[in-house]
Unconditional design. Structure first.
Length: 305
């Protein structure tokens, strides 16, 4: 079964303590769509300007990503720039230029309405809801968000939460959304706001998954060299959604979600090994399976079998 991914598609300039690279392929939907494409078919919904390099479009096509929902309009593509601190975990946003993204209204091609899995990657929650308005009856809806929307569009976000099956957010955002310092309390509190499942990402410390009566703590794959953490969260969400969609027979169970969280973490661990989506270009499903097995040995999560 395929996944519909909606979110930002942009050009990023990223500075780490070691290197700086400009005008890289980025955006929440770019990372999520490419990650999901390792497991299943992807329908990408987003907007770019007429300055968006054709090579990036060619790359999406090479991943068999359906681009009928990607609008190319006159004007400049969304641009974002960030600078990482020494810990490579925290960063400062240097600039955000919305450009064509400012007036984006996601309009789905009619055949996208029946896509069974939906990943609402990071964009304004009102736009995420607008996408759901155009969907028939998806089997599973996942939403990602960021601190900006908790601060400037909280009511829209709360309305969205009543319509999604799963919310993915990072630890700081979970605390900000709920006012709880304990992540366990924050996870439960977010479940009370609507989603059956909540995944709280903790950067290099892994991820917590909350279900109705279940809880799973997944470590992060230990890496010696991290070159660019940008898009790790989006890659995690895309890998998770893609894995779920490719194992969609029957119910979506907590057991399946636990495995999906591990696959999402594996995809994210590859992504941070190079800038932008560069590592994804050479990645194979065999590399993913090998790292999954290694991760399993390291984490002793054989109970997942
Ligand atoms: P992450 O590292 O998972 O937070 O995602 C980074 C990606 O999010 C970058 O590639 C940016 O282009 C994109 N991004 C940054 N700010 C925004 C925003 N306000 N709305 C949508 N996407 C954004």
């Amino acid at each position: 079964m395929s996944v519909l991914v909606v979110g930002s598609i942009g050009l990023d300039t990223v500075k780490t303590p070691i290197e700086e690279h400009a005008d890289l392929l980025g955006g929440s939907a770019s990372y999520a769509a490419v990650a999901a494409s390792f497991f299943t078919g992807v329908n990408l919904v987003g907007i770019v300007g007429d300055d968006f390099p054709k090579t990036h479009i060619g790359y999406f096509e090479s991943r068999q990503i359906d681009l009928a929902g990607m609008q190319i309009v006159p004007g400049k593509t969304f641009r974002w720039s960030g600078e990482y601190h020494w810990d490579m975990n925290t960063r400062t946003t240097r600039s955000t230029e919305l450009n064509v993204f400012e007036h984006f209204t996601p309009t789905l091609p009619s055949n996208y309405g029946e896509t069974p899995f939906v990943l609402l990657a990071n964009i304004a929650p009102a736009l995420q809801s607008h996408v759901l308005d155009q969907m028939q009856k998806p089997k599973f809806i996942i939403a990602d968000t960021m601190n900006l929307w908790i601060e400037i569009a909280k009511n829209d976000l709360l309305a969205l939460l009543k319509r999604v099956d799963m919310l993915i957010l990072n630890d700081g955002e979970a605390r900000e959304l709920t006012g709880e310092t304990s992540l366990i309390k924050a996870g439960r509190c977010i479940r009370d706001l609507g989603p059956t499942y909540v995944a709280i990402k903790k950067g290099e410390h892994g991820c917590l998954l909350f279900g109705e009566d279940n809880f799973f703590s997944c470590a992060a794959y230990p890496l010696e060299d991290i070159h660019d953490p940008t898009g790790a969260g989006d890659t995690f969400a895309g890998g998770l959604a893609g894995y779920l969609a490719s194992h969609s027979d029957g119910e979506i169970t907590f057991q399946k979600l636990r495995k999906a969280v591990v696959y999402g973490s594996v995809l994210a661990s590859f992504n941070v090994e190079a800038f932008s989506l560069e590592r994804m270009r050479t990645l194979t499903i065999r590399d993913i399976e090998e790292r999954y097995q290694m991760f399993k040995l390291m984490s002793h999560f054989e109970v997942l079998e």
